[in-house]
Write a protein that binds this ligand. Structure first.
Ligand SMILES: [Cu+2]
Length: 190
């Protein structure tokens, strides 16, 4: 007499259940950390194999709460690279010319507008891989362009270069890039 359809079904279910129980007893509970633990284990073996120092274990909660892409990897601290609108060490303000600035209009400068006290300075840092200028005025045809400040067409702000200007009188000063005149910003001096 054969097993029949029901018999086979029960047998397959029984084998499946037995397999699951055996795997559970052998490997244990496979939870959300299983694959990351496996990767850590594999990495440890590979590091030993290639004579590399062990991976430092990050325990600083401040660092763990910072997404990896925002960590300052070199210094291994939670030095978050915010769009710098901050006050720099000399008490002046910092403005970034952001990556891809030439097509970003009034988003080319961060922060924009920037507020500064009379007697305070603003330092622009070019974080784009294209050279720019920071030139006071509303645009190329402004007769007063460059009167308050101009980083200059002969001394272009290449990637990583900075330009600073100290503001002596209150007022709102528009500025732009002479190479890409659609890049516009404003300094509010009070
Ligand atoms: Cu430009």
């Amino acid at each position: 007499m054969g097993l029949g359809t029901v018999g086979w079904s029960i047998l397959v279910m029984g084998i499946s259940l037995a397999t699951v129980i055996i795997l559970w007893a052998w490997i244990g509970y496979i939870g959300p950390t299983y694959s990351s633990n496996t990767l850590i284990h594999q990495q440890k073996i590979l590091r030993q194999h290639f004579g590399l120092p062990p991976q430092p274990v990050i325990t600083d909660p401040k660092l763990l709460l910072t997404p990896p892409s925002l960590r300052d990897v070199k210094n291994n601290t939670a030095n978050i690279t915010t769009a710098s609108a901050g006050t720099n060490s000399t008490g002046g303000k910092s403005v970034s010319i952001v990556p891809g600035a030439s097509t970003l209009a009034d988003k080319a400068f961060s922060s924009n507008p920037i507020n500064v006290k009379v007697g305070g300075s603003v330092t622009w840092t070019n974080k784009d891989n294209v050279a720019h200028t920071v030139t006071s005025g509303t645009g190329s045809s402004d007769p007063t362009k460059g009167k308050e400040f101009d980083s200059g067409l002969s001394t272009l702000l290449a990637q990583g270069k900075t330009f600073s200007h100290t503001f002596k009188t209150a007022g709102e000063i528009p500025y732009f890039c002479q190479i890409h005149p659609t890049m516009v910003g404003k300094v509010a001096v009070s």
